[in-house]
Write a protein of this length. Structure first.
Length: 640
């Protein structure tokens, strides 16, 4: 299944609609307990959660006669949910609580099987509600307001299931959802894919309708991670634009449901959540921040303050492993980095792999040189997005670009001595060329009003094709002799990207969502010289040609597919798509970047070896989360 590292990797993010626990507090005289970070959890920590739950229940009958307390001390517990690890490979929260705080849902990974588990807080063991592997893996659980139903998604479907157990009910199809929330008036609001606005539909089933609209003039490409606010009048969500380097530069916005009015609450942060008592929570650089927030006026105030460090988050996908209950309990998973790093793999046609480059990094868009001896790649390091080149024979890495603005691509020239890339350096989007050995300065080839991302150069070295990123994702072609302007090859109301020239330059393969899901297509070049052929049948993206032009490879969500292609005059004879291999690799059909322009694999000219990135192994500790009871009271003290 696809997880956007949405430099954007395009990593799978899981949203949680955690709400709070009735009576989710302890008295001011309670002991503040925090498990040691240097020792493994022991069984009494699990039992402690149950003791807290029972103690709160016993306290409830007489609390009305007890003296009112204005503030309660926080109680921190590390809680072990399972011997198997949580699904932390996805950036959103894999552990959520119901509104009343009595029900817990979480996703764990046993081998390659993803299990949606549920339990009440007075239980020490969970029970399985749903499970699956690959594209059927459940993720992003979220509760109905009364806690009797649990919503969740797979790569292709939005589902719901009774908390007590039963058969999952499919509500609608989607394509790697980026968050969902269940409203008190019986609707589900969700992001259907990484490049969509928000949709809404009846929780009982029906046709989804658009709730928000992407502001193309502002360069918006995603609305995600919605959460309904108390009272149901408005919600908050994360919005992102193409010129942002990561979701640390995203916005938290409020939406008034009755009018569609939008209001920016926070610039610089992602995955906003409401905390009772009037606070807005959000993530920036792996830190959880809070600031005062009036849910009635939708106004924020004060200066943001850090309230929890080291929350597991992914700034390339805009999701995080945390949420806040409606009555003041914070739940989160600790992580080391907000930007995941990983090695680079060689994968053969059997799916077996070896490490190609041992140094781990935030890598995207790998491109092998024409002779296969070097690998150009986009890398995020030290808050910079640059092009690097790896000499595979000498095992030497060279940083090719150094500008503070994001540089992306890359695309090799056929001579193997020059690399093309896109950049907005000097405040002007343009197409650049630089020698692959790092010598000399980058040469500006073409300027544009929109960002130009090069993908592929024709075999004769005369043309480059890529994607324009502005008000839409369209395909351009540019003559490298500079004899003309940037040519619009394909411009439609749909999203097109990852174009690839065939070796003979007669065809351009690309991916588009024109059918309602991402598929691979081929058109002749120049445009208008013939028809259009759909290559994939059940979804696909990121086409790559073999060196002889007789095979087209493309990504599925679980691996790599191939199709035989024969050119017959002005038409194509196309074979049936066949799976080359599958496995637990990063990305999927769109790729890894937040704007889905950066791919996640490449293939050698002979079609025998592939460059890919491994998915998170989720190895190490079992499913552990940190729960902070009375966190809302702690926030009140912080801002008083």
């Amino acid at each position: 299944r696809y997880r956007l590292s949405d430099a954007s990797a395009a990593r799978l993010e899981i949203e949680d609609a955690i709400s709070g626990r009735e009576d989710g507090a302890v008295s001011e005289s309670a002991v503040v307990a925090e498990a040691s970070k240097s020792k493994p959890l022991v069984p009494w920590l699990v039992a402690a959660a149950a003791v807290v739950a029972m103690g709160l229940a016993l306290w409830a009958p007489w609390r009305s006669s007890a003296p009112m307390e204005t503030s309660k001390a926080p109680l921190k517990l590390d809680v072990s949910l399972s011997e198997f690890p949580l699904d932390n490979g996805a950036p959103g929260a894999s552990t959520v609580l119901s509104n009343d705080g009595n029900h817990l849902a979480y996703v764990v990974v046993e081998d390659e099987n993803f299990k949606l588990m549920v339990r009440t807080l007075d239980q020490l063991e969970g029970s399985e509600l749903a499970s699956g592997a690959g594209a059927e893996s459940p993720y992003h659980p979220f509760f109905s307001p009364d806690g009797s139903w649990l919503g969740f998604v797979t790569s292709g479907e939005l589902k719901k299931i009774p908390f007590a157990g039963g058969t999952p009910i499919v509500l609608t199809t989607l394509n790697r959802s980026r968050g969902a929330t269940w409203t008190t008036d019986g609707k589900i609001i969700f992001a259907k894919d990484p490049l969509s606005a928000l949709m809404q539909m009846p929780a009982s089933g029906g046709e989804p309708v658009e709730l928000t609209t992407l502001d193309k003039e502002a360069g918006e490409f995603s609305h995600r991670w919605p959460q309904i606010l108390p009272g149901g009048r408005a919600l908050i969500f994360t919005s992102q634009t193409e010129d942002a380097a990561s979701f640390d530069e995203a916005k938290i916005e409020a939406l008034v449901l009755a009018t569609g009015e939008r209001k920016i609450l926070q610039e610089g942060g992602f995955m906003g959540r409401y905390a009772p008592g009037g606070f807005l929570l959000y993530i920036n650089d792996g830190t959880l921040y809070a600031r005062p927030f009036d849910v009635e006026t939708l106004e924020v105030g004060g200066t943001p303050a850090p309230v929890a460090q080291g929350v597991s988050a992914d700034s390339t996908a805009g999701g995080a492993q945390y949420d806040m209950t409606a009555t003041g309990t914070l739940v989160y998973n600790r992580g080391q980095n907000s930007l995941e790093e990983y090695p680079i793999l060689w994968v053969d046609r059997d799916g077996d792999n070896d490490v190609l480059w041992t140094e781990e990094g935030a890598f995207y868009g790998p491109r092998l040189s024409p002779d296969g001896t070097e690998l150009a790649i986009t890398r995020i390091k030290d808050d910079n997005t640059d092009i690097w080149v790896f000499d595979l024979d000498r095992e030497v890495a060279t940083r090719l670009t150094f500008d503070p603005d994001a540089d992306s691509g890359p695309a090799w020239m056929p001579d193997g001595r020059n690399i093309l890339f896109g950049s907005s350096r000097n405040s002007t989007p343009g197409l650049y060329r630089k020698r692959s050995d790092g010598s000399g300065e980058a040469e500006l080839l073409a300027e544009s009003d929109t960002f130009l991302h090069p993908d592929s150069v024709s075999g004769d070295g005369k043309f480059v094709t890529g994607v324009t990123i502005g008000q839409s994702f369209d395909i351009f072609v540019y003559a490298l002799d500079g004899s003309g302007e940037v040519e619009e090859f394909l411009s439609t109301p749909f999203l097109e990207w990852h174009p690839a020239f065939s070796p003979n330059g007669r065809w351009i393969a690309y991916m588009s969502d024109e059918s309602g899901r991402y598929e691979v297509y081929v058109r002749p070049y120049p445009a208008g010289a013939g028809g259009r052929w759909q290559i994939s049948q059940k979804g696909g993206g990121q086409p790559r040609w073999s060196g002889d032009g007789q095979t087209l490879f493309f990504r599925s969500d679980t691996g790599v597919m191939s199709v035989s292609i024969e050119s017959v005059g002005d038409t194509l004879r196309i074979g049936r798509p066949r799976e080359v291999f599958e496995g637990d690799f990063r990305g999927g059909i769109p790729g890894l970047s937040s704007a889905s322009i950066l791919g996640d694999y490449d293939v050698t000219g002979d079609g025998e070896s592939f460059v890919m990135f491994p998915e998170s192994t989720n190895q190490g500790r079992g499913a552990q989360v940190t729960m902070v009871f009375n966190f809302a009271d702690e926030l009140a003290r912080t801002f008083n």
